[in-house]
Design a protein around this ligand. Sequence first.
Ligand SMILES: [Zn+2]
Length: 86
Amino acid sequence: MYDYGKCEICSTQLEESNIQQDFWIKEKLIVIENVPVGVCPRCGEKVVNAEVGEHIAELIRDRKQIDQAPTISVPLINYDVEAGMV
Ligand SMILES: [Zn+2]
């Protein structure tokens, strides 16, 4: 297990957790599951270590893998709810 050390904001020991992280790559929303990050149980600050960051960069660069990945649909809501309802 990677030691994420302490939170830079509130100095609480960070805990390892697997989260879903989303990225916008040229108009396309990509969600990566099970990303190991350090999370602050107090303020919610998230820390990604260098190794994980590099792996994420590789994943989102791999267009072939992205094209073959399963897709999910997400709700799209207009900020101006009235205007969004036609
Ligand atoms: Zn914190």
